[in-house]
Design a protein around this ligand. Structure first.
Ligand SMILES: *[C@@H]1O[C@H](CO)[C@@H](O)[C@H](O)[C@H]1NC(C)=O
Ligand SMILES: *[C@@H]1O[C@H](CO)[C@@H](O)[C@H](O)[C@H]1NC(C)=O
Ligand SMILES: *[C@@H]1O[C@H](CO)[C@@H](O)[C@H](O)[C@H]1NC(C)=O
Length: 549
């Protein structure tokens, strides 16, 4: 009798849970709207530095149109490739949860053939923040084809600052006057690229862009470094910037007179127009270079009585120390909401035991008399027939890649070419230590994830370096810099099954092999952990004759 009651109760509970989760699912779908984008990619003339260049345009625009979205929105981007060569877009910082097929890099997605289209379907699942998209194949990024992505908080989720009077996208990056195909040929020939010719701000050269503001009001600027290599310093004459967001994390709102933005990174700042009504310089210049390139834009007060005047504000002159101190001061506001109403700090990353430490060191060398770059002694090359690794994994096509083809720590052997894939178990908690033995700043990005930047310092990393980790309020982001002859340590919760690109954002090196794929794997196949291959997925390479069902 008792046991019958108990089992009836269990059944009732079970039914309630089932009903709750089914209705939860329905509500979730019902409240996540779809946003549709129809994009055509073409070559077209652009003149960012005053000379005519072949640029990659999206719907005729350079930079491309912005993806404007809200947390959990479903994004549908139909990309028609009207270039005479294969093309892919990737979504820097969008986590593509359970959905690496849509990531748009060589290892996950077949290229869109010339004259064909592919419709990307993904969700801005549990994300907020400022990011960008870019063309991932060949050396297309040097021709443009990039644009901003913004993910706003849902209407009822509190944002830790008053609604700004305006919200500007500021895409900055170094730029070459050379045609991207010429640059690609230089790299293919085993040579290095020279110094860039200028810096672009929203696709405009040294004195192009202008932002109009009202005196007394506060504006948000979303700054992303979409360039090919150089760290850039960003500043506004006569105004302080209050940092509020870094790659989807609300920060401690500290004020800065200038901010270093390393290649691939995104920052949001608030600026209050509290100065006399005139025009002011916005200045962007290269960091840690002997020759300094600077571009300016104009901050125009709507009631301005004077054009820009006075010297362009100088960037920081002290080198690494200033920048590393600034980087350490950028922390998570633990009481601010992220994409969900519960404060992000309720996730105590500092109390989770690390299950694995991966040590990554940049490698460089000549292979067949040509310059190559790598990680831990392996320089990445695509697999046979360019079959995407994720697609090969799905169909079980052998001989495409080998899990473990890149070691967890640097090797002393000579640089080798391989289709480097590192295996990792789903739901493990991993520490990655990037060690930079060079005299340039490095910038590393991981697709599919945000990670906590727990520490960075000069010199070599040792296990004792862990004592200085920030285990309370480190910033959570997707791209981190590693200073010259320094290290940066990150923690990652591997909660996103898939094939994820880990790469340098120094684009010539990325192109010459400084990248690999992290295959976050679970032996149990379940739609709860990973979505199925999309019905419209293109097939190519050794998967070309496979049918999707
Ligand atoms: C190409 O676009 C059409 C709609 O115009 C769409 O139905 C189709 O799925 C797209 N192709 C791919 C491979 O996504
Ligand atoms: C952190 O966020 C809270 C909640 O929105 C806000 O009130 C507070 O000012 C923020 N603190 C800092 C130091 O930025
Ligand atoms: C972490 O490891 C320590 C020592 O091995 C152990 O005592 C502790 O319970 C572990 N914590 C968690 C959260 O697993």
């Amino acid at each position: 009798m008792r046991s019958a009651t108990a089992s009836r109760q269990r059944l009732a509970v079970l039914m309630a849970i089932t009903l709750w989760s089914v209705s939860g699912l329905i509500t979730l779908c019902a409240e996540s709207p779809y946003r549709f984008f129809d994009w055509t990619v073409t070559y077209g003339d652009i003149y960012p530095l005053g000379v005519r260049q072949q640029g990659i345009l999206i719907n005729g625009q350079f930079p491309g149109p912005e993806i404007y979205s809200v947390t959990n929105d479903n994004i549908v981007v139909n990309v028609r490739n009207n270039l005479p060569e294969p093309f892919l877009l990737s979504w820097n910082g969008v986590q593509m949860r359970k959905n690496s097929y849509e990531d748009g890099v060589y290892g996950t997605t077949c290229p869109i053939p010339p004259g064909k289209n592919f419709t990307y379907n993904f969700q801005m699942k549990d994300q907020i923040g400022s990011f960008f998209y870019f063309p991932s194949l060949a050396f297309h990024k040097a021709a443009g084809g990039y644009g901003a992505i913004r993910i706003l908080s849902r209407p009822l989720i509190p944002v830790p600052f008053p609604e700004p009077a305006g919200d500007f996208t500021v895409l900055i990056g170094d730029w070459y006057e050379a045609n991207h195909k010429v640059m690609k040929a230089v790299l293919d020939g085993g040579h290095r690229l020279g110094f860039p010719d200028g810096i672009l701000i929203n696709g405009r050269g040294p004195t192009g862009a202008s932002f109009t503001v009202d005196k007394g009001k506060t504006y948000r600027l979303r700054i992303s470094n979409v360039g090919l290599q150089h760290s850039l310093n960003f500043r506004v004459q006569g105004h302080l910037m209050k940092l509020v967001e870094v790659e989807g994390t609300h920060t401690i709102q500290a004020s800065y007179s200038s901010i270093d933005v390393h290649v691939g990174q995104s920052y949001s700042v608030l600026i209050t127009m509290d100065q006399p009504a005139q025009d002011y310089y916005i200045a962007v210049s290269t960091r840690f270079t002997t020759k300094i390139l600077t571009s300016t834009a104009v901050l125009h007060y709507s009631n301005s009585i004077r054009p820009v005047s006075g010297p362009v504000p100088c960037g920081p002159t002290t080198e690494i120390g200033w920048s590393i101190n600034q980087a350490r001061s950028i922390r998570t506001n633990l009481t601010a909401s992220g994409p969900r109403p519960n404060p992000q700090g309720s996730y105590h990353y500092g109390q989770i035991n690390v299950t694995r430490t991966i040590n990554l060191v940049s490698s460089a060398g000549l292979i067949n008399q040509k310059q190559r770059y790598g990680v831990n002694g392996v320089s990445f090359v695509p697999a046979a027939d360019n079959t995407p690794l994720k697609i090969a994994d799905y169909f079980g096509i052998p001989g495409i890649f080998r899990v473990g083809s890149i070691p967890d720590s640097p090797s002393s052997r000579q640089l080798v070419l391989d289709t480097a894939v590192m295996g990792a178990d789903y739901r493990t908690f991993v520490e990655i230590v990037f060690e930079n033995l060079e005299s340039i700043v490095q910038s590393w990005h991981l697709d599919g994830y945000n990670f906590w930047v727990v520490g960075m310092d000069g010199g070599r990393w040792t296990p004792a370096s862990r004592k200085q980790y920030n285990l309370a309020d480190a910033i959570s982001r997707c791209t981190t810099q590693v200073y010259p002859r320094s290290w940066t340590a990150i923690y990652i919760a591997l909660d996103n099954v898939g094939m994820w690109n880990l790469r340098t954002e120094f684009w010539a090196r990325q192109y010459l092999g400084q990248q690999f794929y992290l295959r976050v794997f679970t032996p149990v196949k379940s739609l709860r952990d990973e979505f199925s291959i999309p019905a419209n997925a293109l097939v190519c390479g050794k998967a070309a004759n496979r049918l999707l069902i």
